[in-house]
Design a protein around this ligand. Sequence first.
Ligand code: ZN
Ligand code: ZN
Ligand code: ZN
Length: 377
Amino acid sequence: MSTDATATTTDRLDRLAAAARDAGIDVSLIAPGPDLAYLVGHSVASHERLTLLAVPSGSPGDAVMVLPALERGGWEGSTAEAAGIRFITWLDGQDPYAMLLDALDAGGALGSAAVDDHLPYLHAFRLQQTRPALRLQPAGELIAELRMRKQPAEIDELAAVGAAIDRVHLRIGEWLRAGRTENEVAADIAEALVEEGHRSADFVIVASGPNGASPHHEASDRVIEAGDPVVVDIGGPNPAGYNSDSTRTYLVAGGEPDPEFAKVHELVRTAQRAAVAAVRPGATAESIDRAAREVLEQAGYGEYFITRTGHGIGLEVHEHPYIVAGNTRPLEPGMAFSIEPGVYLPGRFGVRIEDIVVVGDEGAVLMNNSPVELLTI
Ligand code: ZN
Ligand code: ZN
Ligand code: ZN
């Protein structure tokens, strides 16, 4: 295990403990999932058997991980081991909740615990039953504060996975054509995601014609027709776990496209670039949403832009900060999020254009660089 990775884990545990201390919390309890992956560089599937990392706020160097004995092997040689985390294994029939709480605090003085948002309620319930006086509260905000500002190595991962999804979009002509179903096109795209460097295809939205008017549409047996606008929104994690998420709206050649389509595409492109241009340190998250929305409102399409403008991205596809009205948080260098305005005309078509940006000292740094101009396939 590299000393870099170990130093990163130690630093992140220290920062979590400091934030928890400031919030008056005695211990942070981290469940398998993106938060555990962020802290120790590795996670496992979460089961009914308890796996939990406990980070004492006063002494993060005394962090312990309780886990089923049968899963100890998976952590052999891990960064968690190298960083000095103590493993407490338990066997079926033992009480891992009591073992964890005793390891942290045999005397019962533990007052408060921040509990990972990804911990199944059943586990939180058992912890509470074991120690009724322990005050549990959600850890989500604490951890979001750490994960929101990406470190240089994380930005490198987002740039690499952004370039990978760009390569998939650039190959769209290989798969998208009239006469094929959305599902057939989506299956080919999913394969290409992996070919171009993703660990897996997390989502592949191919929304043709009227299906494009539903932002949640994924892919169906609808046969794509000449003249259809097609929203293609795709992404997945790279081997390090960092996600891509990029949307382009294409036009299938031939047929008679909706007469409003070209105009709407141009407007969405203008709105998207206006929001990208508005990104700078100190600008609020909601001001980025406003920049996109203003363009569409002034053109009379405000009521058809039915989503927020974007979401943070990293080890999860959706995380903080959310680019939405009411989020007055000032942007800071290192924050990474999507900018994805759209216009959704019920029964007709939709247009969405989406790129990931990272806040740099001078403004937005684009993680996606495939063309946003209308492409007829
Ligand atoms: Zn997307
Ligand atoms: Zn997105
Ligand atoms: Zn989404």
